[in-house]
Ligand binder design. Sequence first.
Ligand code: ATP
Length: 350
Amino acid sequence: MPHVAVIPGDGIGREVLDEGLKVLRALDARHGLDLRFTHLPYGADRYLSTGLTITPEEMAGLREYDAVYLGALGDPRVPSNVHAKDILLGMRFQLDLYINLRPCVLLDERYCPLKDRRPEDVRFTVFRENTEGLYTGIGGQFKRDTADEVAIEAELNTRKGVERIIRAAFEHARSRGLKRVCMSDKSNAMRHGHDLWQRVFKLVAAEYPTIKASHLYVDALVMEMVRAPDRFDVIVTNNLFGDIVTDLGAQIQGGIGLAASGNLNPEAGIGMFEPVHGSAPDIAGQGLANPLAAVLSAGMMLSWLGHVELERQIEDAVRVALNDGLVTRELGGSLSTSQVGDAIVAILSR
Ligand code: ATP
């Protein structure tokens, strides 16, 4: 019985996760998936009433689940966002979720901001390294608040860390029959860390002779993503560049309301799935939030749990909803958050 930890979080996180769960429950009833859900209250409300973000025991407890399904974290009542940092970054670093998996799939060409691009042109996946790079907080400030201040932010690249994300990208390509993996760095300027990426990429690529391995400096990558997104099947890159290019990817695929993600450590058997958008306090509680990114994230989670075919069914159902205009205001429709969830369930049961 797959056991899923559900962390609705804050703002629209709760509303969109309700719809993702609605879809999961409908598929469960139909296909006997035997899913078990346990709701966990981590978020701003709990932090404000108890002062707790997530305890070390609670963080360790997440390892016991087969998957974690997260809404969004962020609340204007907590300006420091300390709870979001503790919970979200805590999960990524402490559970060693080294793969940030970001599919960029255009499901309906009307939502692509690029001219004359069709769904078959935008169908790539970004593997962003999620535990190292410039996001470890290594560095310091010296002579702070003086005219002589110095600030240093160090980028951490380990052989193991670089190798495992590159290997994950190739394994993904191999298992899905994809033919191209592009690695992106800035090794012409960052001659130590990114030279490591270059060397490891060549070594790992040599183990996958049937997959075409290519390289682009990150400045060239962003140009190519806009000019010719059909060039890419799988992109692998470091934490900072991945952060940026995945948001570009989210726009190319139709906007933040359609971008789903996974944070994975396959060796440890831990997978956390979440829509890319934040808690959007400006529209929370009004039934305006587009739940499709959360629904697509639920599809990724089902694939992680071994139901690859159901991820495809969910993607197809979202494609139909977009085509039929069964969407929220943000995408030009008139349905509420829960009506979109109902529509997806109805399409899946046809
Ligand atoms: P944070 O990431 O700090 O929680 P946020 O929620 O303000 O930030 P985003 O998620 O990037 O940031 O959202 C920016 C804006 O886009 C929101 O304020 C909201 O207006 C809109 N938005 C985001 N997600 C959705 C959604 N699922 N449906 C409709 N609108 C959305």
